[in-house]
Design a protein around this ligand. Structure first.
Ligand SMILES: [Zn+2]
Ligand SMILES: [Zn+2]
Length: 176
């Protein structure tokens, strides 16, 4: 298994490498990092947000056989019908995108909290990668595959798969 972690002009290099290390620890996979420009046509100036679906579309030709591609963006994401999304995954093409814009306390006018930011970011990336590996949303509110409608949902869940989800993707996980 190969995971390609793509920086779409992602600004926070420390967070990028924290996520990379986090995935490397958990998955029996080789990791490759790639830097690409954010697709201009994904930006909606009326909303000052990027369309997550358009970003995923733009990345479809970057993923090769057997690879799982996760793109990280600093800008805020949305899809039609939603005010925002933390991320979006297309399991059939094995491409996902995750934004950390709304995972920062500063977004809500609060003092920065690096640890909280990184913890949320790891959860959201792990969640989208879970989708790429075929996992649906999980009813267990503590499981990383639980749907996050709000940041409270993200904070409630752990940066781990529950036993049931874990069992479904066992071959991809690092044996320790
Ligand atoms: Zn999801
Ligand atoms: Zn689960």
């Amino acid at each position: 298994m190969k995971i390609v972690l793509v920086s779409l002009d992602f600004k926070d290099l420390g967070a990028f490498s924290a996520v990379r290390g986090f995935l490397q620890d958990r998955f029996d996979a080789s990791l490759e990092s790639l830097v690409l420009p954010v697709p201009e046509r994904a930006f909606n100036p009326l909303r000052s947000q990027y369309h997550a679906g358009v970003i995923v579309q733009e990345l479809l030709n970057k993923v090769r056989k057997g690879e799982y591609l996760i793109a990280l963006v600093s800008g805020d994401l949305y899809v039609d019908g939603f005010n925002f999304v933390f991320g979006l995954a297309d399991p059939s093409y094995r491409v996902a995108v995750v934004s950390d814009a709304r995972l920062r306390q500063e977004f809500y006018g609060l003092p920065p909290d690096r640890e909280l930011h990184l913890s949320r970011f790891k959860k959201e990336v792990l969640h989208e990668l879970g989708h790429l590996l075929g996992l649906p949303h999980c009813p267990d509110a503590r499981c990383v595959m639980h749907f996050s409608n709000t940041l409270e949902d993200t904070d409630r869940k752990e940066a781990e798969f529950c036993d049931s989800c874990r069992a479904k993707i066992l071959p991809y996980l690092r044996k320790d």
